[in-house]
Ligand binder design. Sequence first.
Ligand code: SF4
Length: 258
Amino acid sequence: MENKKTYHILSLSGGKDSTALAFFMRENMPEIFEKLELVFCDTEHEIPETYDYLNKIEIFLDKKITVIKPQKSFDHLYSILKILPSVNRRWCTPLLKTNVFKTYIKSKAENNALINLYIGIRADEAFRLDSAKQNQTQNIIEKHPFVEFGIIKKDVENILYESGINYPEYYKWRKRSGCYFCFYQSPKDWLNLYKHHPDLYKKAMEYEFKTGDDLKKSRFGWNTKYSLREIIENKALIENSKTQKSNKQYTKNLIELI
Ligand code: SF4
């Protein structure tokens, strides 16, 4: 007989897969869903549509989401580190998200409790399983219901439409959840941010200014090649490029501009 206290936790990202998993569990794993805690790590710099979507999830599932936040804010960390996060200096993810989540689940696992952690990896991306098992310990067990039930991308789409929650609004102009200033954005994604949230674009620009006037020389902005100001200045050029990688003329023109 199981004596250990057991927690069931689903980490929501604000994206389609983890959301669909919550709805899938409600329909197919009702006993667990009843005890399931939905947790969202808030960097405090998510796009507004993500916060709206989380509100919608709470209403549709009639379940409160536990929102956890970093101990030290992005602004505080940036003032200490004095460098924007980037692909090679990705300090944001551990300090704003993964460590925060780990600390939270470890605190739950104290006193030998067992944590079942539900992850929205789909059956068609099961190759991610090994690298995804970051939190697994003796007391923390990662579970992958989509892999177990053979749920693929198309099924996720059906779950979202059939439940009525649909995709997050930002999917119309951006494919990823996460921070509005995420450095993984292409110049086109940045322009979409500018179009939908000019205030946030401006805020992201201000972070670049804080790195100093030598941004042009050091290139320690959000984008590895272009400052956000340059992206705006070359809006037409970027919008007209078919694909940034394949359009040699586009690249050539941009290079000439810097
Ligand atoms: S969304 Fe981008 S900027 Fe935000 S924590 Fe993740 S990698 Fe960093």
